[in-house]
Design a protein around this ligand. Sequence first.
Ligand SMILES: CC(=O)CC(=O)O
Length: 647
Amino acid sequence: MQQEPMWRPSAEAIANARMTDFLQQMNQRHELSLANYHDLYRWSVEQHEQFWSEVWDYFDVVGDKGASVVTDKEKMPGAKWFPQASLNFAENLLRYQDDRLALIFRGEDGQRQQLTYAELYQQVAALAASFKKLGVSKGDRVAGMMPNCIETIITMLATTSLGAIWSSCSPDFGVQGVLDRFGQIAPKVLITVDGYFYNGKNLNIKQKTADIVAKIDSLEQVVVVNFSDQSDTISGTDVATWDAFLDHSASDLEFVRCDFNDPLYIMFSSGTTGVPKCIVHGIGGTLLQHMKEHGLHTDLDRDDRLFYFTTCGWMMWNWLVSGLAIGATLVLFDGSPFAPKPEVLWDMVDDEGISVFGTSAKYLSALEKAHVKPRESHKLKSLRAILTTGSVLPPESFDYVYRDIKADLCLSSISGGTDIVSCFALGCPILPVYRGELQCRGLGLAVNVFDDNGQPLLEQKGELVCEKSFPSMPIGFWNDPDGKRYHNAYFDRFTNTWAHGDYAELTRHGGVIIYGRSDAVLNPGGVRIGTAEIYRQVEKVDDVLESIAVGQKWQDDERVVLFVRLREGITLNDDLIATIKQTIRANATPRHVPAVIAQVDDIPRTVSGKIVELAVRNVVHGEPVKNTDALANPEALEQFRDRAELQ
Ligand SMILES: CC(=O)CC(=O)O
């Protein structure tokens, strides 16, 4: 039976979408007769060289494109996109210098700041002038341990205006977590804050900063933003306050033009299996891919107010800030999305007129568990799209959004990650939304699902891959001169093909379903089960707030073990176990039913909020966890050790 969509764009919305305009332009320019998104997608993949060249032109990238679009395009890795191009990232993000709002910041403590594009340009010029005096130049690293505030974006732009490389984490990272990251990339400058707000607390980070600075020899300058009005902050000869450091006499910015494949960002893998990998993303690839995702897949324009709930330690921050290249207003928030009340972000939607609201799938399920119904309490007039990522958005959360948030909006579950600083599958303003499905594969990306032998699968689960090179592939890993670590991370599994590590399915609608990470797939009795298939059932049970499933080696096979975090005051008993098992059996298969269900108070997660199935599996098997510094709450692991139920 044909499944009905949960939402469809109106004929008017389709006609006015930039995606439609792009499609029509491609028809005209290349004498094509593409009729819909699916035709456009197919063309963009078959002619990916032409497609990416058109993206450059369509978005009027500031720079020189050069004559060649790609060399060695069949090689993965090895293809080189726009080898003759020259551009500057910040120059593209600061192409607008008018009085429209570029940034609005809202803090958990109630502070609000805003900056126009003209003011943003001035501030970046002032910081870039100081950086220049300090000798920051092309290829140098500037690191930020920063909240998601305006100064972080100014610093990234000043850094990249000089062709230097930006890397960031949030101030809640532990000392070792920061050293594991910034310690590998030898930054010249560190920008940080006096403290930050979270969940009603004003947290001082003086000691942490001092410990970090003492261990990174490469640092020549530390700049401290007075963010939370702490009187007790780090001091020293190489330490300056933000206000003292900026050269306000500077008014012009000189953008250093760089190669398309020069480094822009150093990002870090979660680091749960060892020291984080330093993934280097290039200037041009990041820009083109983000402009495509914002302009075409999110239909962003200058009138939009784009919000993404993220910290500076997650790639969604990097994704968000590229919205400046479109000229939209970015709404930044730092703090707990539940403090002082679970509705705070929805208050912000109404107050600031947010039109595109991005968040994590986990946030939506926590909101539903808290029985919050923004549809009843808020107007949400400006809101036209919700984006979610971070983990699988289960079909039940699609129900929640359309029932309890807003019926008429485009709900786009998007997926990719740090590895590509963007998405393989995402939203589309001219396509319907089907329950549980990501709307489409991203233009210009040859995304497929393979079986173990590298054969393509349709409507069957397998490994999510990308079969052709694309501009936002990393340019490599830092400190990986022979490229071996980079190769091992993505290209070991299938020849000349990017294996992303997601267990996924392509649907008949041209959409994608993700079932979890492939390395966490459960395999009881030889049946492969994505962990998200279990979570979506368990989380239907009202008493369960959250769960984590792992496979335990058991009698020459594997059995599924499920750990649940329950509402305060609830204890797991036989009735609740029976309810959970019955819910899973009735809605999935008997194979999905866990052999053991056990209660925990907390579930370990990375600093960017992802639950860590592999670390829990190691603890269950009595094996060491390689890097607990990668976790926000490493103490939670102890609850999984030597459990009587698992003996
Ligand atoms: C786009 C994403 O995939 C973000 C993430 O989950 O890390």
